[in-house]
Design a protein around this ligand. Sequence first.
Ligand code: URA
Length: 321
Amino acid sequence: MTAIRQKTLKNELCSGYTDPVAFRNGIFRIIKNDNKAYLKLRFLFCLTKKVTFMLKLFTRTRKYAKIPSRTFGYLQMSVCRIFTTVEKMRLDKFLSQTKTLSRSEATKAAKAGLITVNGMTVRDCSTHIAPETDVIGYQGAVIKYRKFIWIMMNKPSGVLSASDDKKAKTVIDLLPPPLCSMGLFPCGRLDKDTVGLLLITNDGELSHKLLTPKNHAKKTYRYVLSVPYDTSKRIEDGIPMDGKITKPAVIVSDSPVSGTITLTEGKYHQIKRMFEYAGSKVTFLQRTDFAGLHLDNTLKDGEWRYLTEEETEILKKAVNS
Ligand code: URA
């Protein structure tokens, strides 16, 4: 950056330029090539994140501190906007994503003065808000933001566990249109003919943790075989597969041709190949459990529902996240 450009920016910043975004971007441009300044700013960001947290905490005790909600909301919003690199989202998108209102309902509700951002009434639904730090209210109730979507589906047979496919129907095609365009993907794969519990999400990090074999997330399947399982083969102790030995599994059979099998890894066609190794053939496979969650029996083939907060906590706990 040239010295003249830097000077212009400094003048801009010192002249009481109050647009917070321009202010922040200006600072970034100035310090871009200055590592020391960058570290200082990072420290400042951490500090201000803590301050933001404290401000949030103070919201609860605001009435005791006798700060008018308007002033307080403005203060909080300013701190968040200037110092933190927060993700922004349109207000109507936030309301529809949190399933509070549809976009058109949100527009009407905002016009009617029913929506607040940090205590201030906002009548324009195109307003950009910071979903993780701004406090959004609808008819006096605070709307909780969930960054990630987690869905439990009872996967039917004949559908691909993929985000999209040119020819075949995928599990994402079974979701309604607004969800189809939200970057969702299946957390792991079930074969086309395997049915049962499939999680669908847009949370890449937790999904990865649940799928990596090193975290040992358990998956239980109900199986039916065409030929009785020869128990002397002890496939549950591990068999050679893809140049390695499969991890120990647990088989609980309720007849020579059916039972449940629990794995802590997920190789391609793993269960089918394991029984094949023992001279048997899987004719039906249904996943019933995944990382501490049990398939919701009220979900019919192809039906789905959002996970509850408790259920996402179970997932996190399963991988110590
Ligand atoms: N093992 C299989 O063989 N198929 C599945 O879909 C899941 C596990």
